[in-house]
Design a protein around this ligand. Structure first.
Ligand SMILES: [Zn+2]
Length: 246
């Protein structure tokens, strides 16, 4: 039967490794994070530009149709000029012609602005598409590599889970419950080293918990050292170990 504390130290190590492996299987590995984010950003940028171009093209067609309509109207008014008989009719018609000309100018301006916007978006799209080919290839390669690695990680996780089950049997139930509760609550570290510190006033060495600094009785240190007993820090409840044998 292994010493309880040794089993607990190994158990925490196995739990941590299992957490890492589980996270790897659920999520992308860190090595892929950057290329994955770049890939997604590029895809989103291309989609946004394509949509913008589509909307702008519609706007351009609308403006150009308005220019054409106004030009037809202008032609009709200009034809009417030759048939006008009175000055009043003539000046009224000129007024209409001016108004239509202003309209043509405004719609032409609109069309020009939107064409410039489309050109800029097309240039940007071309640039992103050009860079995307290499990025996409890199992304696919890494994805494939990751798919090859996954079964290995899954097998490792299965091994770790077997180790965890075995190690748990070496630890008394009530201690195990406390430890696992603490491990989850602290996000993965329920152990603390007991460390020595010089106590100047009394000129003797005193032990304390290296996490919360609470004093640890020398008798506890002896128990841990000699039998690998499971003892919790009285303040932070972490399980104490003694690494420094000096
Ligand atoms: Zn403590």
């Amino acid at each position: 039967m292994p010493r309880e504390l040794d089993s607990l130290v190994q158990l925490q190590l196995a739990l941590k490794e299992a957490d890492t492996a589980r996270k790897q299987l659920e999520d992308l590995p860190d090595s892929m994070r950057e290329v994955h984010d770049q890939h997604r950003t590029a895809v989103e940028t291309m989609r946004r530009l394509e949509q913008q171009i589509e909307v702008d093209e519609h706007e351009r067609r609308t403006a150009e149709a308005a220019v054409a309509d106004a030009n037809i109207k202008l032609g009709q008014y200009q034809e009417q000029i030759s048939r006008v008989t009175t000055t009043r009719e003539y000046s009224a018609l000129l007024k209409e012609i001016d108004a239509v000309k202003t309209k043509v100018g405004a719609h032409e301006e609109e069309a020009l602005t939107v064409i410039e916007r489309i050109d800029a978006a097309r240039r940007e799209l071309e640039q992103v598409r050009g860079d995307f080919a290499a990025l996409d290839q890199r992304y696919r390669e890494q994805l494939e590599l990751w798919e090859q690695q996954r079964p290995g990680v899954a097998a490792k996780l299965a091994d770790l889970e077997r180790d965890i089950s075995r190690l748990r049997t070496f630890i008394p139930n009530h201690m195990l419950r406390q430890f696992e509760l603490l491990y989850r609550r602290l996000g993965g570290d329920a152990l603390s080293n007991a460390a020595k510190a010089q106590v100047v006033a009394r000129g003797q060495l005193e032990w304390h918990c290296s996490v919360c600094n609470y004093r640890v009785r020398p008798q506890v240190i002896v128990e841990i050292k000699t039998s690998g007993a499971l003892v919790q820090c009285e303040r932070c409840h972490r399980f104490l170990r003694v690494e420094d044998h000096g």
